[in-house]
Design a protein around this ligand. Structure first.
Ligand SMILES: [Fe+2]
Length: 216
């Protein structure tokens, strides 16, 4: 990966790919701000165009590569589920606590884009490079939250959305999460915990942080 070729990252995107992202993520329509919607589509289209995956549904349905693998469905089920859960949480808090100043569009964009770095982290070519030379590149060189934040900034999404991509997962434990990031984080963690509790995670793929009891 040569980071000096940022322009080529963007030039690989086609209108067909943009349309595929729109078709795969109907929750984009929940965003009132057209530009936020278009930039969210662009971030996903760039992520896919520079990966081995032709679509979001082609990405394995898991939380991390080979971890928290869903027994059924595909990656769109997770992205869409977390986005809808985030909206429900945001709307409930807004209704019951009118003093909370929740930016609903940022919540929706955050849900849509929180895992936009996954095509990078899951990509077999990237994983082979990292596995072959961890001393040189790291393993991985960066996880999907970091690469996802990079993509958000690359397409001009606001810092608030990049922050959600950057901090929705473990990286966020080193930050103070924004209000909207807390909502997406709760939805994301809740998604995996609920699927695990319901027996929908493939045996042997459970991440340590979801295992109970942590200690006795
Ligand atoms: Fe996620």
């Amino acid at each position: 990966m040569a980071f000096e070729h940022l322009q080529s990252l963007m030039s690989n995107v086609t209108d067909e790919l943009r349309q595929r992202v729109r078709d795969e993520l109907p929750e984009l329509a929940e965003m009132r701000d057209q530009s936020l919607r278009d930039k969210s589509v662009e971030a996903w289209a760039i992520a896919l165009a520079n990966s081995s995956y032709p679509s979001i549904s082609a990405i394995p349905p898991s939380g991390n590569p080979s971890k928290m693998v869903l027994k059924r469905g595909d990656q769109t089920d997770h992205i869409r589920g977390v986005t809808r859960l985030s909206i429900v949480i945001a709307d409930e808090f807004a209704r019951s606590n009118p003093d909370l100043r929740i930016d609903r569009d940022i919540v929706v964009a955050g849900g849509i884009c929180h895992d936009v770095g996954k095509p990078w982290e899951y990509d077999p070519d990237n994983r082979k490079r990292w596995q072959d030379s961890p001393a040189r590149f790291g393993m991985p060189s960066m996880r999907h939250p970091t690469y996802g934040a990079f993509l958000c900034l690359l397409v001009g999404l606001p810092e608030e959305v990049a922050h959600i991509a950057a901090g929705h997962s473990g990286e966020g434990e080193l930050m103070v999460r924004s209000l909207e990031n807390n909502i997406v984080h709760m939805a994301d963690i809740g998604y995996w915990r609920t699927m695990l509790a319901g027996g929908m995670i493939v045996d042997g793929t459970i991440s340590d942080k979801y295992k109970r009891p942590l200690s006795l």
